[in-house]
Design a protein around this ligand. Structure first.
Ligand SMILES: [Zn+2]
Length: 258
């Protein structure tokens, strides 16, 4: 008998927490639809029910992660592109929350290693990065690259999705291009073999995967993930094995949207 009240309290708390986590904190703004339909191919391919879920997940992300524009006034389209990039890689995961990001900082254009972004600073070649040290749990993006990722429909390239996939790779404790949490231990070796085979082709100029994917395992995983989300049909046709492996990683069998 003395356990009943504590048990009720625990059950009530669990129920409340689940409800809170599942329920978006507000209605999604009407202009999101127009922006998503016009620019985000992943969203265009979803059915109406999935589109509602996608927007709810975006809203949850925006409520949990601070997005800041430096040197320009942030617009709704910037927020929509950041949140869409966050949700695309994890859309088929059940009740997913990023635990390793609290803020996204956006500069107008590319920036350098010291986060200099003004026109007069040198070596501004970085378009996106996952921060560390002082910037741990922060993502830094170029606004130009963020927009380019969605507006160019044919280049298999999307900087913001790339950076969010780095965050997923980081989750198993090591950023190594091996998403062992997602594909399962038994597929680690096949993944590594497949990765090295394709990296060799990239570096011999015999692959249509962007050359940056040949620079390291870490970048290979993110570059082919961009390809997977931007041009899935093309990837399936040109690289069926790679497609199958990425499908296993990002579209696990238990699909919350079915
Ligand atoms: Zn990268």
């Amino acid at each position: 008998m003395q356990y009943i009240i504590p048990l009720l309290v625990i059950a009530g708390t669990i129920y409340f927490v689940i409800k809170l986590r599942k329920k978006p904190l507000a209605e999604t703004p009407a202009e999101w639809d127009e922006i998503l339909e016009k620019n985000v191919r992943f969203y265009q391919r979803l059915n109406p029910n999935q589109k509602v879920i996608f927007k709810d997940e975006m809203l949850n992300f925006i409520n949990e992660v601070y997005i800041e524009g430096i040197g320009f006034d942030l617009e709704e389209i910037d927020r929509v592109f950041v949140a869409a990039s966050a949700i695309i890689p994890v859309f088929h995961f059940r009740n997913w929350r990023y635990t390793n990001i609290t803020g996204v900082i956006i500069y107008p254009d590319n920036f350098n290693q010291k986060l200099g972004y003004e026109m007069n600073v040198e070596d501004r070649w970085i378009s996106g990065m996952v921060g560390n040290g002082k910037y741990e749990n922060q993502m830094i993006l170029s606004r130009k690259a963020l927009h380019h990722g969605f507006k160019n429909k044919t280049d298999k390239h999307n900087t913001a999705i790339h950076e969010f996939v780095h965050l997923l790779d980081k989750l198993d404790g090591e950023m190594d291009g091996i998403p062992s949490n997602f594909i399962g231990q038994e597929y680690v070796l096949p993944w590594v073999n497949l990765m090295h085979k394709e990296m060799e082709k990239i570096n011999a100029n015999k692959s249509d995967v962007r050359s940056y994917g040949g620079t390291s395992q870490i970048e290979f995983f993110t570059v082919v993930s961009e390809y997977f989300f931007e041009r899935p049909k093309l990837l399936k046709r040109k690289h069926p094995e790679l497609y199958k492996m990425l499908e296993m990683c990002f579209n696990p069998k238990i699909d919350k949207t079915v």
